[in-house]
Design a binder for this molecule. Sequence first.
Ligand code: NAD
Length: 504
Amino acid sequence: MQQILKSLGISDVNAGGFAGAWGASGKAQKVISPIDGETLGTVTNVTPQEFDAILAQCHRAFASWKLVPAPKRGEVVKAIGDELRRNKAALAELVTLEMGKTLREGLGEVQEMIDICDFAVGLSRQLYGLTMPSERRMHRLQEQWHPLGVVGVITAFNFPVAVWSWNTAIALVCGDTVLWKPSSKTPLTAIACTKIAEKVLRDFGYDPAICSLAIGKGSDIGDLINTDPRVALVSYTGSVPGGRHVGKLVQERFGKHILELGGNGAVIVSEKGDLDIAVRSIYFGAIGTSGQRCTSTRRVIVHSSIHDAFLARLQALYAKTPIGDPRKNENLMGPLVDAGAVETMLGAIETVKAEGGRILCGGERLPLPGGCYITPCIVAAPKDLPMMKEETFAPVLYVVPYDTIEEAIALQNSVPQGLSSAIITNDQRESELFLSAAGSDCGIANVNTGTSGAEIGGAFGGEKETGGGRESGSDAWKTYMRRQTSAINFSGQVELAQGITLEL
Ligand code: NAD
């Protein structure tokens, strides 16, 4: 472990602030691994005064970075991707140590960082504007995209490095600088990533404050980001209540925001689908990252004719789920992020029981070191179970029977969140209905694959209480830039639009 930490520049005591120089004199916090309760290191938070200086430097760095040609900015992102490739194994292990996901998922998360860097390098030559025909003679209309400013990236614990990279790789090629406030549960991975970006920026001779870092509590450092007009765009990933707060503060000062909030993923399992695909996708979607993905499968809406057969197969898999040290390849589930998350899950299960849900299996705390291990739970749920509308950020899976596809879609859409959904069917009419305007109301709607494991190529995000934001691939880059529309007159005369005449 010490070797991994050292190779990523992590010491016993680490400063949680960076904008060209490392430093932070605020409260020190111990970072405890949920794997076994061992201390990984200590991190000092930044004070409000230090935050101000970090933001000032990140803002200054924007003035020169925005003038670097986009393809040259892409070369920097390419080098960050190469550095991530070199450090993939170590960084994945640190992700696992710090938040407890299995090492294979940690490796997948770092791969996602590499993938978005590759995507962004290509994008750096494709920040296309448009030209449009003007209604006036000898005029031209065009749109251009310009760098926006400082992007404040506030991240959740469950994807401690990928979410930063989705935002940072795109923001950098767009000519923005980045100020990252990670979750206080995962500060070491944030320090490790910032050191990787720092090395690359220094090698190229650019201001390393282009990728700045401010570790501290959401209620103080987070709110400073929300309210400071020097932060042009706040990209916030976290819970719905947090996003509601952030959204209001950023909107009040007319800043831009991307809100990536809670989900409540559902899979519809049709009697016309492949049961094997259904069981395997739902199993991974529900227990992967110990049920702590925004896209985790939390609800299964299964046709009543196959309800019992489906449940029997899923329960058989749940019964033999290997749970334990997530660094060991044989384990498919590691710990929850901390003891508080275990308590939340146990509390949710009590509420589910009181509301009429029947616990079919799981929900038992395991006596393993660290105290963060629990068995995944399946609930036979009545259609109107109130807890089904909430996101319990833990491996609790509700199973509900349905009779018609219209009823299944209505159930899928009946929750406040709108992130991820899927249907398992071989019936084209069903899958097309699910993908149509009459179908799923989510930002992600998959066919014959589960709710989680999004690829970086598409825009990622969700509707309703999930916040409406989009990040990562496709044209999500446009949020990281400002659009400028120009009319250019080369006629040598004055001609007004809409046929308005000006007699002088
Ligand atoms: P959280 O809401 O507790 O914290 C998220 C981040 O917000 C942390 O960095 C936290 O310090 C910060 N924060 C807290 N108060 C703040 C404030 N006043 N201003 C600014 N920032 C503040 O979430 P979590 O427990 O770390 O993560 C789990 C949640 O995140 C779940 O709801 C999950 O669905 C959601 N999530 C969503 C996505 C997505 O893309 N939609 C991805 C990952 C996680």
